[in-house]
Design a protein around this ligand. Structure first.
Ligand code: SAH
Length: 362
């Protein structure tokens, strides 16, 4: 069988160039784009405004969907986690997080992850492979269709966070392509300003992002205020230590508008990186580099396979007050979907069995 063309990762103008290859007039490309992205139709058969012969021809040459949903988990807090498989059997996880104002979808950029952060469950999968732009876009389509109903528009728009499995900046080109496709006004129309991408600190890509005009917001996972500890928790620090990372952050900050901020994420590990002294070091580090970023404190989401515990709430509060006393804006993030392994650092392609064992311990 010939290879089917994955058309979800194509922009509208690329689709307009694609349909003449099938002997069709180019306006069919615009119709197809609206069917795929605005109406979020996942089968050619369902695209009833296209002639039957064209639908059959498309099905012969292309595919409108390539991810198969394996399981869907719904948390007590309403968060939904989708465990999907690519055509070649790789796991992909996506999380839908209902929020008071605007709902958020957390997507994955890779199947598994090559970085070996010691506090993150995804690391235990290793890198299976990077996802294509189409597979990134499709995650959003699947989550939107399930949360709101097929083709129904989210009432207040959608925020996206690239904080699922994988290191987005090690899949930079496909990520940026997916963001361009999703921004199209005739499609999903989720503009980069509604998107935040998180990196463990791939320095050259942070600098590259600084020079891109239409770009997502940036978050950087820090987890430690000094190189010694960060080397242990996030081995990527040996390649790009804090000095280089923060210099790149400064460069990025200089490209922001005066009111804009970027974010540092700091996972709080009980007795490891959460002392008052760590808080002082962190504030001094950011102040020394003259960074006006804000810090999101993320209480560690535990898992049986991880050797850490969550910092007690009073520890987190004390850490936060020290940062604030030294002029650093800090916020405590509320974990979502912990009971279904949907929270930060919990995406490990696990299914019902793990969740049941988690619940039976509760
Ligand atoms: N690789 C990227 C994208 C993943 S984002 C990055 O590292 O930024 C996932 C966020 O969750 C990161 O900030 C990470 O530090 C945090 N995290 C990882 N494991 C966690 C855990 N078990 N509990 C809480 N946060 C965790």
């Amino acid at each position: 069988m010939h290879q089917l063309q994955q058309i979800l990762g194509l922009t509208q103008s690329e689709l307009v160039s694609f349909v003449p290859e099938l002997g069709e007039p180019s306006y069919r490309g615009r119709q197809l784009f609206a069917n795929l992205h605005r109406r979020r139709i996942q089968t050619f058969d369902g695209m009833t405004d296209l002639p039957k012969e064209l639908r059959a021809k498309l099905a012969d040459h292309a595919t409108a969907a390539s991810l198969a949903i394996e399981s869907r988990f719904i948390s007590a807090d309403g968060t939904r986690r989708y465990l999907m498989k690519t055509r070649d059997g790789r796991p992909v996880e996506t999380v839908f997080i209902p929020e008071e104002h605007r709902d958020t979808i957390c997507f994955s950029s890779q199947s598994g992850c090559p970085l070996q952060c010691s506090f993150c469950l995804t690391a235990q999968l290793g890198l299976l492979r990077s996802l294509t732009a189409g597979e990134i876009v499709e995650q959003i389509i699947v989550a939107l269709n399930d949360a709101y109903g097929p083709g129904i528009q989210p009432p207040r728009g959608t925020n996206l966070v690239g904080m699922g499995a994988g290191e987005p900046f090690l899949n930079f080109d496909e990520l940026m392509k997916a963001l361009r496709v999703m921004a199209e006004p005739d499609g999903l129309h989720i503009v980069p300003n509604r998107v935040t991408v998180s990196t463990a600190g791939i320095v050259p890509r942070i600098k590259e992002l600084a020079n891109i005009a239409d770009r997502p917001h940036l978050a950087i996972s820090l987890a430690a205020p000094n190189d010694e500890l960060r080397n242990q928790l996030m081995p990527i620090n040996k390649k790009w230590p804090l000095k280089e990372l923060l210099a790149a952050c400064k460069e990025f900050e200089q490209s922001l508008k005066p009111h804009e901020r970027f974010t540092f994420e700091y996972v709080m590990l009980d007795g490891v990186n959460d002392s008052d002294e760590h808080a002082r070091q962190l504030a001094n580090l950011l102040n020394r580099h003259g960074l006006r970023a804000k810090v999101n404190l993320i209480p560690h989401n535990p898992a049986e396979q991880l050797p850490y515990h969550t910092s007690p709430p009073e520890r987190v509060e004390s850490f936060k007050s020290i940062l604030e006393a030294k002029g650093v804006n800090a916020f405590v993030r509320r974990p979502r979907g912990v009971d279904i392994y949907a929270a930060c650092g919990q995406l490990a392609a696990c299914g019902g069995a793990t969740i049941q064992s988690l619940q039976s311990r509760a």
